[in-house]
Ligand binder design. Structure first.
Ligand code: FPP
Length: 253
C-alpha cells in the first residue's frame, strides 16, 4: 500500500527529474550475516519498485547511479555478480518497461562494460527507443569528473577546428556537450544510507538540486520512502539565489 503523503500534492509540485545514489546494499547484507551480493540482489527489487512508482506518479526523468568508475576496484566476484544482476533486471523487466513507455539511456564509459552486458543493454535501449513515458538513465562505469573533462575536450576540439567561437561558450553550451545533454538538470537528488557525499555523481548537473538524504539502506527503499522524499522536496522553496519575497511575488504575478 502506497503512503498518503502525496494525496493532496498537486502534480506540478513533483520533481521533474529525480536522481538517486543507491547506497547501502553491502551494509544491508552484512547486518543479516550474508554476502554483499545478497544486498545487491535485494537492491534490484528496490530499483524495480522505484522505476514502477516513478512511472505511476508520472515523473519525467529518473537517473540511477548503479556503478561508478571507482567501483571497478571492488572484488572481481562482486563486479561479475553486479553485471549478472543488471542483465537479469534489464531482461526480466523489458516487457513491463516497454508497456509503460519507459525509455532507457546509459551514461558513463559504456565501452568498458563486458561485451555481453553491453549487448543486452543496447538491445533494451533500441527496443525502448520509442517510449514516451519515464526517461530512465542508468549511470554505469560513470565518473562526473571524466564526463566534464570529456565535454571540455569536445569544446576545445571544436574551437581548434574553428567550428566554435570561444565567446559562444556558456552554461547551456557546456551542458549540451555532457552525456546528459538530453536531460533537464535533476530537481531532487536522493541518497540512501545516510552518507553526506555526492561521490563524483552529476557534479555540474546538481548545481541547484535539492538534496534528500535518508538513513534507509537502498534494499529497504520503498515507494513510501520515495513519497517522503518527494513530499520533502515539495515542501522546500527553490530560490536559485533569490529572496523568498521575490519568489512569492513571481508566483502571484
Ligand atoms: C551501493 O551499495 C550499491 C552499488 C554500488 C550497486 C547498485 C547496484 C544495484 C542496485 C544493482 C544494479 C542496478 C540496476 C540499475 C539494475 P554498496 O555496495 O556501496 O553498499 P555499502 O556502502 O553498504 O557497502
Amino acid at each position: 500500500m502506497a503512503s498518503d503523503l502525496l494525496k493532496d500534492l498537486p502534480k506540478e509540485k513533483y520533481p521533474r527529474h529525480i536522481a538517486i545514489i543507491m547506497d547501502g546494499n553491502g551494509r544491508w547484507a552484512k547486518q543479516r550475516g550474508r554476502m554483499r551480493l545478497f544486498g545487491h540482489r535485494q537492491g534490484i527489487s528496490s530499483v524495480r519498485e522505484t522505476v514502477r512508482e516513478c512511472h505511476r506518479l508520472g515523473i519525467g526523468y529518473l537517473t540511477l547511479y548503479a556503478f561508478s568508475t571507482e567501483n571497478w576496484n571492488r572484488p572481481p566476484r562482486e563486479i561479475r555478480g553486479l553485471w549478472g544482476l543488471l542483465k537479469y533486471y534489464v531482461q526480466s523487466e523489458l516487457p513491463e518497461l516497454k508497456r509503460n513507455g519507459v525509455r532507457l539511456r546509459v551514461i558513463g564509459d559504456f565501452e568498458r562494460l563486458p561485451a555481453d552486458v553491453r549487448k543486452i543493454i543496447q538491445g533494451a535501449i533500441d527496443e525502448l527507443a520509442g517510449g514516451k513515458g519515464l526517461a530512465l538513465t542508468i549511470a554505469l562505469s560513470y565518473s562526473s569528473r571524466d564526463e566534464i573533462v570529456g565535454a571540455l575536450r569536445k569544446i576545445a576540439r571544436e574551437v581548434k577546428e574553428n567550428s566554435l567561437d570561444v565567446e559562444a561558450i556558456d552554461d547551456d553550451l557546456f551542458s549540451s556537450r555532457l552525456m546528459t545533454s538530453e536531460l533537464p538538470d535533476p530537481d531532487l537528488l536522493i541518497r540512501t544510507s545516510g552518507e553526506f557525499r555526492i561521490s563524483n555523481f552529476l557534479l555540474w548537473q546538481l548545481a541547484y538540486s535539492e538534496i534528500y538524504i535518508t538513513p534507509v539502506l537502498w534494499p529497504d527503499f520503498s515507494p513510501d520512502e520515495l513519497h517522503k522524499a518527494i513530499a520533502g522536496y515539495a515542501d522546500r522553496e527553490r530560490r536559485y539565489g533569490k529572496t523568498s519575497d521575490q519568489i512569492r511575488n513571481e508566483e502571484n504575478s
